[in-house]
Design a protein around this ligand. Structure first.
Ligand code: ADP
Length: 483
């Protein structure tokens, strides 16, 4: 066993070495006279215990121990004091020394016990430190907020995550009442819960959702899992709570609810038209001409419904990474004409112009997907030009891509609104003002399908001046050469 004896008095040093020898164990003793030398020695040599005289030529009193402890906080130390400064030995123990001995009152048995005890106590301290470190790590790295309050519901501890969730520092939250961070509605709800629990009717933990207030005044939805604490006499002493931020989840739930409402409404409207039209078409006294018109109306409405369902399916395929594009060499003009053919019955007040130069190259695309893109854009062009006008679908070749443009003479889109256009379920205020039906999915699906073809989609528009949506598709050169 390695022992470092830091002792400047040669007589005391000799006596201690003598007692150590008598102690009969295999103690290897290194003696130095100054604290500086002791610190240097430890830098290169590990020892089991340090026997430290606290009055040395280069350091006096408690300072000797504190400076030692600052350099080697986990080294077991037994303080050696004179009989006149025994109190200092006690203080050093309070500051973390393992033990102290009074010189002149030490025999071999006592010294051996002190050394063994110092080593064992240090091991126990070490185990405690490791366990504390483990719990501290759990608390600081937890993805949940952890919040402790006392019986007066004042904050006694929060982890950094909790403070960050509310936009404070942990210090700012300390000693402040829990109520300062809770909305009025939340206060009443949690008061009821806490009051009931103060009676210690049940000691399990309890989970509930609540809205908290951030420092900047915004609100935060959390799930709280809280356990009440009681002392041995059964008195309520506070609680420990784990909080999970569920703002995003609540938002998603809200969007989902709105979405279901919107889709149901959008499906019901054309369905009502279909049922009504077919009902009248099949009743007595309707001429063949009227019946054909009614059936046409039903077909147009059924197509709008089918397109809505198709858009939903495309979004769902995209979200689950199952969007398989089936490309083949395609003549864009035929695709555009198919769309116009389907949609021109939809409006009597719009005219349609298809402008495709005769030498336009073929494209390698999924024709059904490109049809869907153009269908969505033409449907929008009709919807968002409620006073009618020309809907023009044109294309030209530019930098080895085909650029397709769908223009209308409708309400147009402001530059701020243009930035939000391609987000799912985003509908602009202007369209709400005009009371035009829709669920804000068409453009998002256009973007998904254009990007699946490695193309780009964008808009040029100004309020009141109409809009043109452009997208690009890859050109098949070989197809052009071969005609
Ligand atoms: P929906 O038409 O179902 O609302 P879209 O994704 O097709 O969904 O369009 C998103 C929003 O973009 C629309 O709500 C509308 O405000 C705006 N928008 C789309 N196309 C046009 C257009 N041609 N002219 C003016 N605004 C448009």
């Amino acid at each position: 066993m390695q022992i470092l004896l830091i002792e400047d008095n040669p007589g005391d040093a000799r006596l201690t070495q003598e007692i150590l020898r008598e102690a009969g164990r295999d103690y290897k003793v290194k003696t130095v006279e100054r604290i500086g030398d002791g610190l240097d020695y430890l830098a290169s040599q590990a020892v089991d215990v340090v026997l430290l005289d606290i009055n040395l030529p280069d350091s006096h009193g408690l300072e000797t121990f504190t400076s030692f402890k600052a350099r080697y906080p986990y080294q077991p130390v037994v303080i050696m004091t004179g009989s006149h400064d025994e109190a200092l030995g006690m203080k050093a123990v309070q500051l973390g020394a393992q033990d102290y001995l009074v010189k002149g009152q030490v025999d071999s048995g006592l010294l051996r016990r002190a050394i063994t005890y110092a080593i064992e106590r240090n091991k126990a301290d070490q185990a405690l430190r490791e366990s504390e470190e483990k719990y501290r790590m759990i608390v600081t790295t937890a993805n949940e907020g952890i919040w402790l309050v006392d019986a007066g519901r004042r904050t006694t501890f929060v982890n950094d995550k909790m403070a960050a969730m509310l936009g404070y520092t942990a210090e700012e939250m300390m000693r402040n009442s829990w109520r300062d961070f809770v909305t009025k509605e939340g206060q009443t709800a949690s008061d009821t819960i806490i009051d009931k629990r103060k009676k210690r009717t049940d000691t399990g933990s309890r989970s509930y959702d609540m809205e908290l207030l951030r420092k900047d005044g915004t609100r935060l939805w959390v799930t709280i899992n809280s356990t009440q604490l009681y002392d041995s006499a059964g008195n309520y002493t506070g609680s420990v709570s784990m909080l999970t931020d569920i703002t995003e989840r609540r938002k998603a739930e809200q969007i989902q609810e709105e979405f279901i409402g919107m889709v149901s409404h959008e499906l019901r409207t054309p369905l009502t038209v279909i049922i009504g039209a077919l009902d009248v078409a099949t009743s007595h006294g309707v001429t063949q001409e009227q019946s054909r018109e009614l059936i046409n109306d039903a077909v147009t409405s059924a197509e709008l419904m089918a397109n809505l369902v198709n858009n939903l399916l495309e979004l769902s395929r995209h979200q689950s990474n199952r969007l398989n594009i089936q490309v083949k060499v395609t003549q864009i003009k035929a695709v555009i004409e198919a769309v116009v053919d389907k949609l021109q019955h939809y409006s009597a007040i719009h005219s349609f112009t298809v402008d495709v130069p005769p030498d336009i190259p073929a494209v390698v695309v999924d024709p059904l997907r490109v049809e869907r893109i153009i269908y969505n854009l033409v449907e929008n062009a009709i919807k968002y030009s409620p006073k009618g006008g020309d809907v023009r679908i044109a294309c030209h070749e530019q930098d080895s891509t085909l650029v397709v443009g769908v223009s209308d003479q409708g309400i147009g889109i402001s530059p701020e609104d243009q930035a939000m256009l391609f987000q799912s379920f985003e509908r602009l205020n202007i369209q709400k003002k005009h009371e035009i039906a829709g669920i804000g999915l068409g453009l998002r699906v256009c973007q998904i399908l254009v990007e699946a073809h490695h193309g780009r989609i964008w808009v040029e528009s100004a309020p009141g001046k109409g809009s043109t949506f452009y997208f690009t598709l890859p050109v098949n050169r070989a197809a052009k050469i071969s005609g």
